[in-house]
Structure formats: structure tokens, C-alpha cells
Design a binder for this molecule. Structure first.
Ligand code: PLP
Ligand code: ZN
Length: 400
């Protein structure tokens, strides 16, 4: 079976193992949802319920832990955001983010021979994607190479390193590496599972297929998620279009994408009313893992927001900190800074009147905050007490 790829922007099709169209935009796999309905879900675990919408079936192993993430509600979050919030907890994945969905599909495609000869899998990342790709690769017994910039802190390398990939630190302009690896991969039998490649996008469709099944027969009014490269947003948009085309959902929810104000090329383009995204000079933000100044699927993400009647917004570091604190202290959820832009952005789109206060809004908490200390800083002990004075201390704690 050959995988056909299609460009959603210019309509070109190809069977070459490319990630980019000649027009420069990212390619999608050409897929046909047919008349998919919720009766067509399979008995496979997690995201593999939707095998009918994926290019490959459940391969066993670690892939069993991809998808199937919980959706939860907490009144305190409604109060904070000013609308009805449903949180999709992607941090419950084995490596703590939705990246596991795309990694699972990518490795399943390699294991099943769907992408031809593959000597290894690779990625360009020093964060969640590196961890996720390395974990799924080692579980599938496929060699993995990870390219990181040469100034990455050792602690970050050690977290990625626990899954035993070959890590290569790269000197020079790291931003060029993304496209360079996509060009070099096919000739070297290395499948690069970078952020927005077609196979990863297929896996990342399932975040929102799960969401829609949880809401069936209703549809959430809006879906809010953070955006960096645009790969996740691309998958989310492809999914809602496929479900709509199949008649599985009656309307397409509005898609809202969130960025950090210090580095917000897609939100800037949206504000200006531009139809394409151009590179910006990005500044520092505590949401460093979504600070992508030149997003490869930026224009695709921009279209996802505008064509669904949504928006792309940016939030300040203070708003990000605030949302992170609310999620942890009110809902008991540890969510990473990049990811808390979604709740902060939800509050903003309600305040700006894009979303009504009665709307059902699905907020995708894309990654766990448990990999690093919270942005707000340290939490001090309320006191120190001798072992023999614990009963008195408990009494004081209980207000006695
Ligand atoms: C990768 C990542 C994002 C951004 O996703 P893109 O596909 O690059 O737009 C957002 N949140 C978390 C936690 C991530 O790991
Ligand atoms: Zn094209």
C-alpha cells in the first residue's frame, strides 16, 4: 500500500515520502473517513478505537497507552474562565503530552512496513517531542536519533536520555535543522517524526476525535489549544473536517489557538488579518516550549482558526502563571506553562466576546507540569516541628 499525500492549500497530490508540498506548505495524508460513525469504533485501547480513521492499526506495546485521556470538569475553572470548561488531560500520557499520539502512529507505521525501509526514526526537539519519540522508538525496537541545540541544559538531556536515544548536539543555526532533516530523511532511510509531518498529524487527530465522541451527539462550541509549530492544530482541524464530512458531527466547533505574547507569529498574523504567517523576532517567555518564531505549519494553523470562526490570541507570562496556579490549586492539575496558555486564552476569548459565557469549551491541557517546578516559584513549609510536638502542630493546623 502506498500512502498518498495531499496539499490542503494548493490541492497537489504525491506518493513521494515528502512532508512538504512544492508550494512550501505541509502535506497531509490523503484519507477518506467514508461514513465513519461512533458505531465504527474498534475494541482496541486508547486512541486505537479510531483505527478506521488512521493509516495503521494498533501495533501492541506502549501504543496501548496512547490516547484515551480523561475529560474533566471543575466549577472553579468555569468561574475563572467565565464559561463552561471541559479539560482534556493530555498530561496523563506515558511521556506526559499529546505528542505520544503522533509518535504512536509514526512508530506503528514503521513497524508495519507502511513507510518502506526505515533504518531509524529521528526528530528535532529538546522537549516533549524528543522524549515521546525516543520512548515509542525504544518500545518498538527502532533506533532513534534526536537532534538538540548545543546549549540545552544537561538536566533536560538526561530526561530525554532515559529512553536511550542517540542524542546529537548541533552547533550552528538550529532553526534550519527542521527542514534540513525532512529533506535528508528519505534518502537515508530515517523517518523524521518532526512536529507537523503527515504521520504525526494523523495521530494528533485523535485528541479531538476522542473529545467529539465524549460530547456526542452534541458538539463542543469551541476547542482551545496552545500552538507552536502548528502540528497539533493541523491534526485537530483535519479531524473535525473528517468527522463533519462523514456526518459524525453536525457542525464544526470553533478552533481557538493560544500563544505566549513574547513570541506570537500566528496571533500577530491573525490580528493583522493576514492570510499567511511570517517569521518574527521572538522574545523570552516562561512558555518557552511553544516559543516558535517561524512555525512550519503556522499558515495551516491560522487557516484552522479563521475558517472555523475561531481566533488566535496571545497571553502574557503573568496570565500564564495565573492560569497555572488556578489549575493546580483549584483543580489539582499540574499543567506545563506552554499548555496553560489555553486556559488563559479561554478567559480572554470570553472577555472579548468571541465565546459566550454559556458555551461548552473544550480546553486541551496538552502537557503535564510535573516535569519541572511551577512558574510561580517555591512553596514554603508552614513551619518546622519536633517529632514529639506533632500533635500540638496538628492542633494548630486544624485551627485549635
Ligand atoms: C508540542 C507542544 C505544544 C505545541 O504543539 P505544536 O504541534 O508544535 O503546535 C503545546 N503544548 C505542549 C505541552 C507541547 O508539548
Ligand atoms: Zn501545495
Amino acid at each position: 500500500m502506498t500512502l498518498e499525500r495531499v496539499c490542503d492549500d494548493c490541492g497537489a497530490r504525491t506518493t513521494a515520502p515528502a512532508a512538504r508540498c512544492d508550494c512550501g506548505e505541509p502535506l497531509w495524508l490523503a484519507t477518506d473517513p467514508g461514513s465513519f460513525s461512533w458505531d465504527d469504533v474498534s475494541d482496541s485501547p486508547g486512541m486505537w478505537r479510531y483505527e478506521a480513521l488512521l493509516p495503521v492499526g494498533f501495533p501492541g506495546g506502549l501504543a496501548a497507552a496512547a490516547g484515551g485521556t480523561p475529560l474533566l470538569r471543575d466549577d472553579a475553572l468555569d468561574e475563572y474562565a467565565g464559561t463552561t470548561v471541559h479539560v482534556k488531560v493530555e498530561g496523563s500520557h506515558p511521556t506526559g503530552s499529546f505528542k505520544d499520539r503522533g509518535s504512536a502512529v509514526g512508530l506503528a507505521a514503521i513497524e508495519s512496513g507502511l513507510v518502506g525501509d526505515a533504518a531509524a526514526v529521528g526528530t528535532v526537539s529538546h522537549g516533549n517531542m524528543a522524549m515521546s519519540t525516543a520512548a515509542f522508538a525504544t518500545a518498538a525496537d527502532v533506533p532513534c536519533v534526536v537532534f538538540v541545540p548545543d546549549d540545552v541544559p544537561q538536566a533536560r538531556l538526561d530526561v530525554i536520555g532515559q529512553f536511550d536515544p542517540a542524542i546529537l548536539t548541533v552547533a550552528g543555526e538550529y532553526s534550519r535543522l527542521y527542514d534540513r532533516t525532512l529533506e535528508l530523511g528519505p534518502d537515508n532511510d530515517v523517518v523524521f517524526l518532526n512536529s507537523d509531518v503527515p504521520l504525526r498529524v494523523e495521530g494528533q487527530k485523535t485528541t479531538v476525535v476522542e473529545l467529539c465522541e465524549a460530547f456526542a451527539p452534541d458538539v463542543p462550541d469551541a476547542i482551545v489549544l496552545p500552538v507552536s509549530s502548528g502540528g497539533h492544530a493541523s491534526g485537530v482541524w483535519k479531524a473535525v473536517r473528517e468527522l463533519h464530512e462523514a456526518g459524525t458531527i453536525g457542525r464544526i466547533p470553533e478552533l481557538y489557538l493560544t500563544q505566549a505574547a513574547a513570541c506570537a507569529p500566528i496571533a500577530d498574523a491573525f490580528e493583522r488579518g493576514d492570510s499567511t504567517v511570517s517569521r518574527v523576532e521572538g522574545g523570552d517567555t516562561i512558555a518557552y516550549s511553544i516559543a516558535n518564531a517561524d512555525p512550519p505549519s503556522g499558515t495551516r494553523a491560522l487557516r484552522a482558526a479563521s475558517e472555523t470562526g475561531g481566533a488566535v490570541v496571545s497571553v502574557t507570562d503573568d496570565e500564564i502563571r495565573d492560569a497555572q496556579r488556578v489549575l493546580a490549586t483549584q483543580a489539582g492539575l499540574s499543567v506545563e506553562t506552554a499548555s496553560t496558555t489555553a486556559l488563559a486564552g479561554t478567559k480572554q476569548v470570553v472577555e472579548r466576546g468571541f465565546v459566550d459565557s454559556g458555551d461548552d469549551v473544550a480546553v486541551i491541557a496538552t502537557g503535564t507540569g510535573l516535569k519541572e517546578p511551577p512558574a510561580e516559584g517555591s512553596h514554603d513549609p508552614v513551619g518546622t516541628v519536633g517529632i514529639d510536638d506533632i500533635d500540638a502542630a496538628l492542633g494548630r493546623f486544624l485551627g485549635g
